[in-house]
Design a protein around this ligand. Structure first.
Ligand SMILES: *Cc1c(COP(=O)(O)O)cnc(C)c1O
Length: 479
């Protein structure tokens, strides 16, 4: 765009405000009229008005900073046309995750399995969500996932709510409102996004009784803190950080024994909810739902969209008498999950029951990918990109689990590095990353030390050709 055609008015926004073209002139511009058969006139007019408002707002803001610039008619028309097209595009859209972070919270955590996608589509119409088909009468939405959770985790019963934060609020409100919960200082944590365990307890009307120190807490610390007001002992998994060195924490078995000796409940928030053993994949141990239940937790709380690999939800699994009380709490209605979530969760859990989780659930398939397979894929990508004129090379790197699971742990991978001959590589790489994000299907890459890196581990199979085509098109257009 020709910058010299812009009017630069240094003193006062009023002149530049007057220089803004009228709605009618923008509507008559060819860049805008060209939209006409495809988009309804009402939508085009809406976009033009919004764009002019945005420009007016920007100019008035600019006045305060002493920088005033009125865009030309052509510029306004182009921006209004882009805005009109954007109005039709959903804000939430699929992206290609080439970062190598498997459970990327900003990118929607776990991608779902093929069966889960089919289940979602099938449940989207009418379903037996709350209908008992055998009796032809009202049923319970909580019956659906509970049956399979019993078989997969060994729990007596389970209830599914919106997310693990909701599971915590519900469990605390039901069993400890107006009473005390004992928690180790080392577990009084912030999970992310301002979600802090002590604040959740307060919101749920629970008095937090903190025991021990950040690095060392013993069973006797818990025992000494028990009063007639205590109702639960909580354990919260330190999902997103590690305390190492001079540390001590009682085992869940010891805590559960203490809780039961005093008629208290043992509630275990394990966070990720692994149903497979992470140590089989070269990773540190992550608490498993089955073992928490076996060892004696009365209720185990976990997310559906972390290592479980399913939809966003929170699962409370444990003793049936306690689950029955949770179902009766008024909050349950406010935290209830929809049919889409339940359908995706059941389909995901079915993979575990069938022993095919590691090959059918994307999160586990990504974790299980061998270094050799990743090297082969990176090599193939690099040769395809090179054949289209993109300067690139493969290099060893690390993928991460993410999603507040297994902090600091990485898996060996092979990356495709897009290299640049440009004199200002940092800027060029930043620009390339930005152009990839603006692709029709946005591509999120990793930028490290002035190099743009693509990790094949987290790119879904169906997205590979789109990724390679876009990277080739964008990278060669720049050079
Ligand atoms: C992630 C996490 C939560 C929150 O789970 P959401 O499903 O994101 O609400 C709670 N507790 C622990 C220990 C976690 O790791």
């Amino acid at each position: 765009m020709d910058r010299t055609t812009k009017q630069r008015i240094p003193n006062g926004a009023s002149n530049s405000l007057r220089a803004i073209p009228s709605t009618d002139r923008v509507l008559a511009h060819p860049a805008v009229t060209a939209l006409n058969p495809a988009l309804p006139q009402s939508l085009i007019t809406m976009a033009v008005r919004e764009e002019l408002d945005a420009i007016r707002h920007a100019l008035l803001q600019g006045e305060l900073q002493g920088e005033i610039e009125a865009p030309t008619l052509a510029e306004v028309a182009m921006r209004a046309a882009t805005r009109a097209l954007d109005l039709l595009a959903p804000s939430l859209k699929p992206v290609i995750n080439a970062t190598g972070v498997i459970i990327h919270t900003n990118l929607g955590r776990a991608p779902l399995s093929q069966s889960a996608l089919v289940a979602i589509t099938e449940a989207a119409g009418y379903s037996n969500l709350e209908y008992n088909l055998a009796e032809g009468a009202r049923g319970s939405r909580y019956s659906h996932a509970a049956a399979i959770l019993r078989r997969v985790t060994g729990c007596e019963d389970a209830i599914v709510v919106n997310n693990n934060a909701a599971a915590l609020v519900l469990a605390l409100s039901t069993f400890a409102a107006g009473r005390e919960a004992i928690l180790s200082r080392g577990q009084s944590v912030e999970i992310g996004g301002g979600f802090r365990i002590p604040e959740i307890m307060q919101t749920s009307g629970v008095r937090l009784s903190e025991v021990g120190t950040t690095n060392r807490t013993y069973v006797k610390d818990y025992a000494e803190a028990i009063t007639s007001d205590t109702s639960i002992i909580m354990r919260v998994h330190a999902s997103n950080f590690r305390i190492t060195g001079f540390t001590a924490t009682p085992t869940l078995a010891e805590l559960a024994a203490l809780a039961h000796e005093h008629n208290l409940l043992m509630i275990d928030d394990i966070g990720s909810g692994a149903l497979l053993d992470t140590t089989h994949y070269g990773l540190s141990p992550e608490p498993m739902v089955q073992s928490s239940i076996e060892v004696g937790a009365d209720l185990v709380l976990f997310s559906g969209d972390k290592l479980l690999g399913g939809p966003q939800c929170g699962i409370i699994a444990g003793k049936s008498a306690l689950i029955a009380r949770l179902k009766k709490h008024p909050l349950t209605r406010a935290l209830r999950v929809d049919k889409i979530t339940l359908a995706a969760l059941e389909a995901t859990l079915l993979h575990y029951l069938k022993g095919e989780a590691a090959c059918e659930i994307p999160v586990w398939r990504m974790i299980a990918m061998s270094e050799d397979a990743l090297q082969a894929k990176a090599t193939l990508w690099a040769s395809q990109l090179a054949s289209k004129g993109v300067a690139c090379a493969t290099q060893k790197g690390r993928s991460t689990i993410g999603g507040g699971s297994l902090p600091g742990e990485t898996l060996p991978t092979w990356l495709v590095a897009i290299t640049h001959n440009d004199q200002t590589p940092e800027q060029a790489v930043g620009q390339l990353a930005s152009q990839l994000r603006h692709n029709l299907i946005p591509i999120i890459a990793r930028v490290d030390n002035g190099t743009l890196l693509l990790d094949p581990r987290t790119v879904l199979e169906g997205q590979e050709s789109v990724l390679l085509e876009a990277v080739a098109r964008i990278a060669t257009a720049n050079s």
